[in-house]
Unconditional design. Structure first.
Length: 344
C-alpha cells in the first residue's frame, strides 16, 4: 500500500485541470484499482469523476444516441433506447464481466481497459520486479507472450514488440456502429471515430516512430484528456444488429473472439453491412474488405462465407492461436445471420 491524495471533481473541466497537474482519473474503479494493485499505475494524486451526473445520461435525438461516459454497462444494456436503436451495444454491455461489476463499470472506463495478456498483468510493483519481459511494462525489455503459445493473442495488427489484444466488449459494438467519442482536454473538445480511437501495435509504431515506449501506446486519447460521451448514429442497420461472444465459460469471462454485426436488407439483398471483431487485435477490427464484398449480394450463408473467408485470409495467427481464425469467421457469420433475422 502507498499513500495518495484523493479529490472529487464537480465537472469535466475540473477533472481535466487535475489531470493536467498529474492526477490520475478514476470513475467506477473496476479497472484502475487493479492497475494500482499490480503496479501498472503508480499515482500520487487521484481525482474521482463518478459524481459528475451530466456524464451519466443516455438520450436519443435527431443525431442519434448520446451516452455519457459514466453510464454503467448495466444501465446501457437495460436502456430501452439502446435495446431498440442499437441492440448490438446493449448485448455487448450485458455480456461483459459480471452483473456486480457491470453495476460499477462505466463505458468510458471499459473501452480504456488494458489487455488481459497474463505477461502484462503480472503483479510487479516496479520495473525491476517484472518476472519476464513485457514491452508495455518495461520499454525495450521484449515480449514474452510472442513465443508463449498463449491462445488469446492477436491475429491482426501486431508486431514483434507486442502481440496483445484489446478486451473490451462495448468497444467492438461501438466500432461496428460507426460511433464517435467526444473528449475534452486542456486544448478543448474534439471527436474521434471509434474505428480510429484504439491503435494496433502497427498503428502506434507508425504514428510514433521515435517513441521507445511505443508498445504502451494504445489509443489516440492525449494526456489529460477525458472521455465525455459517445455519439451513436441510428439507422436501419444499427436497429438490426447483434453481438456474439465466444468464451470458455458463459459468465465473468473475457472473449476468446467476439463479433458485432449491423445489417440492412433490401429485397433479400444486403444494402448496408458493418462488422467488427474483438479480441483479435489491440483494437476492434473492422472487416471492411468483407463489408465491401457483401454490399448488393444476396443475404445467403454462402455469400457470407466467401466474403468472410477472404477477409480472414489476411490474419497472421501465432503458434497456439491458429484456431482463432475459424472461430472469428464463425462468430462474424453468426452475428450477421442473427442481425439478418431481425430484418424480418
Amino acid at each position: 500500500m502507498r499513500n495518495f491524495a484523493y479529490a472529487r471533481a464537480a465537472n469535466a473541466e475540473q477533472a481535466v485541470a487535475a489531470a493536467a497537474r498529474g492526477a490520475a482519473i478514476i470513475a467506477g474503479g473496476t479497472e484502475f484499482l487493479n492497475w494500482m494493485r499490480l503496479g501498472i499505475a503508480d499515482a500520487d494524486k487521484v481525482v474521482d469523476i463518478s459524481g459528475i451526473d451530466q456524464l451519466r445520461d443516455i438520450a436519443l435525438d435527431a443525431n442519434g444516441i448520446r451516452i455519457g461516459a459514466l453510464a454503467t454497462l448495466n444501465q446501457i444494456g437495460e436502456s430501452e433506447i439502446v435495446r431498440t436503436s442499437a441492440p448490438v451495444l446493449a448485448e455487448a454491455c450485458l455480456k461483459a464481466a459480471s452483473a456486480q461489476l457491470r453495476n460499477r463499470a462505466t463505458i468510458g472506463g471499459n473501452i480504456l481497459q488494458k489487455t488481459r495478456c497474463p505477461y502484462f498483468r503480472a503483479e510487479a510493483p516496479g520495473a525491476n520486479a517484472m518476472p519476464w519481459p513485457c514491452n508495455k511494462r518495461v520499454a525495450g525489455s521484449g515480449c514474452a507472450a510472442k513465443d508463449s503459445r498463449y491462445p488469446r493473442l492477436a491475429l491482426f495488427g501486431w508486431n514483434d514488440a507486442c502481440v496483445a489484444t484489446q478486451p473490451s466488449d462495448p468497444a467492438v459494438a461501438l466500432a461496428a456502429l460507426d460511433a464517435m467519442i467526444e473528449v475534452v482536454g486542456p486544448d478543448g473538445r474534439r471527436s474521434i471515430s471509434m474505428t480510429e480511437f484504439h491503435l494496433s501495435q502497427q498503428d502506434a509504431a507508425k504514428a510514433h516512430p521515435d517513441r521507445k515506449d511505443v508498445a504502451a501506446i494504445e489509443s489516440r486519447l492525449r494526456p489529460s484528456e477525458l472521455i465525455e460521451s459517445f455519439r451513436v448514429p441510428v439507422d436501419a442497420a444499427s436497429r438490426c444488429s447483434a453481438y456474439i461472444k465466444v468464451r470458455e465459460r458463459e459468465s465473468y469471462e473475457y472473449a476468446m473472439v467476439s463479433a458485432a454485426g449491423a445489417l440492412e436488407l433490401n429485397g433479400g439483398r444486403i444494402r448496408t453491412v458493418r462488422m467488427a471483431l474483438g479480441s483479435v487485435a489491440q483494437k476492434p477490427w473492422r472487416l471492411t474488405q468483407a463489408e465491401a464484398a457483401l454490399r448488393g449480394q444476396p443475404f445467403e450463408a454462402s455469400a457470407l462465407d466467401r466474403a468472410l473467408g477472404a477477409a480472414l485470409s489476411a490474419a497472421r495467427p501465432l503458434p497456439g492461436n491458429e484456431f482463432k481464425v475459424q472461430l472469428a469467421r464463425n462468430a462474424a457469420r453468426q452475428a450477421l445471420l442473427i442481425a439478418g433475422g431481425a430484418n424480418g
